[in-house]
Design a protein around this ligand. Structure first.
Ligand SMILES: Cc1cc2nc3c(=O)[nH]c(=O)nc-3n(C[C@H](O)[C@H](O)[C@H](O)COP(=O)(O)OP(=O)(O)OC[C@H]3O[C@@H](n4cnc5c(N)ncnc54)[C@H](O)[C@@H]3O)c2cc1C
Length: 462
């Protein structure tokens, strides 16, 4: 995957910061200031949004710093604090809302040099924040454990990037999202001060860095809970009608005895863009993509066999040269479509658990061909419900906002993926109070990823 823009960048502007002095401070640390490289790495996947593509195309850091260990992270943080230079952490750069795009220039801190598992015990792993999620699961394979959940970008994304920028994904049908208590056990952070501190955030306190876009500290290590690594079987089931696929998926999601990792109904209008998967997606049929533990296949088929036809069944694979089945779900569904047509975009919805089926049916009826559905069954606050990233045939920003407002009026939460700030993008349209308060303690000058937590006002005396 590559974050390519269709717009031409503007010429490089001189930096407003004292980068020459910073370079001296950081002698011995790997630095990159070649403008084209810096500009390319200052991007993520914000271009899925036509609105953000306009807004962010010209944003760039001034320099990249690539620490090899926590001691170098501390030196970089101290130098940025001393010289009042913004610092934005970048991991794999697969975020969708410009989370890792430095809005005010400065340093882009490439955290991917901090890798490796510190320790593992039954049900828990402690890993460096820049570790790739796929590598973590590979390293743990022999122990019989795996991460509870991962984004569909698992083959590129890092553990730290997921915690700081993501929400949930494959596995959330059983364990819920990252916000659920117990899904992040501890985080070690470096503060952005002239004398940076190391803080260990444990249990509830670890939520202070969850989906804060790196505005509340540089995460160097994470302790994450694990799940049994079942032999997973990828299955595709075809249905005559989308709501039949949805109903079967809902029944599976509710069946607590069936061990599952992914349940995704996808509308028949979307599957023609599915490349290698097309032979298993009969024309005109909606599909259900599932990852089921081998031992649960019998009861699984007892539910879906009543209504649909199994078109594909094989052990899950995610090694080199393969495209895992989960790379057709979550926001990879959007990517599959964007490969051949850049005119569409997407929404991020959370449906009400107490009228889930009605609510899904209503939104499908309300927007017709303008919004093509695929849902992700998840657990949320102990209930089974669905999130969705439907494909939207984009026309204007006004229409986009109107569609989101209509969803909210109908009781479907929207996490707006067409804005850059934490506040506007959150379901509740405000910053998390704990995160806002914590930021004052760990980043009093507001130098960490400035512009992303807009409610924070830096103390002029700091
Ligand atoms: C095709 C596609 C599918 C996706 N599917 C999913 C999905 O299923 N679920 C999901 O939740 N997301 C999904 N995403 C979004 C994204 O891939 C994930 O959130 C991913 O976990 C981000 O990890 P990353 O390493 O790329 O982080 P980056 O994009 O590099 O960073 C994300 C944010 O975290 C901050 N950050 C990164 N590392 C640190 C650190 N060590 N300390 C402090 N801050 C840090 C960055 O500043 C940035 O604000 C998808 C994106 C794409 C393009």
């Amino acid at each position: 995957m590559s974050a390519v823009s269709e717009r031409k960048p503007k010429p490089v502007q001189p930096s407003r910061y004292n980068i020459a002095a910073l370079k001296e401070d950081l002698d011995g640390i790997a630095l990159i200031d070649e403008p084209q490289v810096v500009r390319k790495r200052s991007r993520d996947f914000f271009w899925y949004s036509p609105v953000l593509n306009q807004l962010l195309a010209d944003k760039s850091a001034d320099i990249i710093a690539a620490p090899r260990d926590e001691a170098e992270v501390i030196r970089i943080a101290a130098a940025c604090a001393k010289r009042r230079i913004p610092l934005t952490v970048r991991a794999a750069g697969t975020g969708n809302y410009g989370q890792a795009v430095p809005l005010q220039g400065g340093v882009l801190l490439d955290i991917t040099g901090l890798t490796g598992i510190e320790w593992q015990k039954a049900g828990v792993v402690r890993t460096a924040a820049g570790s790739r999620m796929l590598d973590v699961d590979i390293a743990m394979r022999d122990s019989g454990y795996e991460q509870r959940m991962h984004p569909s970008t698992k083959r590129s994304a890092t553990v730290g990037g997921f915690v700081a920028g993501g929400s949930g994904g494959i596995g959330s049908v059983t364990y819920g999202g990252l916000r659920e208590p117990g899904n992040i056990l501890a985080a070690r952070i470096v503060t952005l001060e002239e004398e940076p501190r190391i803080i260990e955030l444990r249990d509830d306190a670890a939520q202070k860095v969850n989906r804060a876009y790196g505005t509340t500290g540089i995460i160097t290590a994470l302790e994450m809970p694990l799940a049994p690594a079942w032999p997973w079987i990828d299955v595709i089931v075809a249905f005559d009608d989308y709501m039949e696929a949805f109903q079967a998926g809902y029944e599976l999601a509710l069946a607590d005895g069936i061990v599952k990792k992914l349940i995704t109904p996808i509308a028949s209008e979307i599957t023609p863009c599915f490349g290698a998967l097309k032979p298993y997606c009969p024309e005109g049929k909606s599909i259900l993509i599932c990852m089921i533990a081998e031992g649960s296949l019998g009861p699984f088929k007892a539910i879906v066999g009543k209504r649909g036809t199994v078109t594909y069944e094989a052990p899950s694979e995610e090694g080199p040269g393969t495209v895992p089945l989960y790379e057709y779900t979550w926001n990879h569904t959007t990517l599959q479509w964007l490969k051949s047509d850049r005119s569409i975009t997407y929404l991020q919805c959370l449906f009400p658990h107490d009228r889930l089926v009605e609510s899904a049916r209503e939104t499908i009826a309300a927007f017709g061909d303008e919004l093509l559905p695929h849902h992700e069954f998840i657990r949320f606050g102990g209930r089974v419900t669905a999130s969705a990233l439907p494909i939207l045939r984009y026309s204007t920003p006004e229409r986009l906002n109107e569609i989101m407002a209509q969803h909210e009026a109908a009781g479907v939460f929207i996490a707006n993926p067409h804005v850059v700030s934490l506040e506007e993008g959150s379901r509740h349209k405000r910053a998390d109070a704990d995160q806002l308060g914590f930021k004052r303690d760990v980043d009093p000058r507001g130098l960490l990823n400035p512009g992303k937590m807009t409610s924070f006002i830096a103390d002029p005396a700091a």
